[in-house]
Write a new protein. Sequence first.
Length: 101
Amino acid sequence: MGLQQIQCSSHAFAAILADGSVVSWGDPNLGGDCSAVQEQLKGVRQIQNTCGAFAAILADGSVVTWGNPGFGGDCSAVQNQLKNIQQVQATGYAFAAILAD
């Protein structure tokens, strides 16, 4: 099992495995439990982190987030806009996505 990337929040870790899937561990309230979105975490290209959440860019250019909603772990309000994402940047409490266009 090889690793492509590993990131950490304040109390959790997330890693992209060689097959493009993701595993996370640590405090489940701060991103250590990705089970709610595990089925979506396929073909992951990149992970970014805030203090309490993670955002993953998928091969199709969409974004999946998990962790504490107060730290950006819930992107459902903007999910329909998260297409053709080139890059995700993070602050301590929020994510910003750069669109390809």
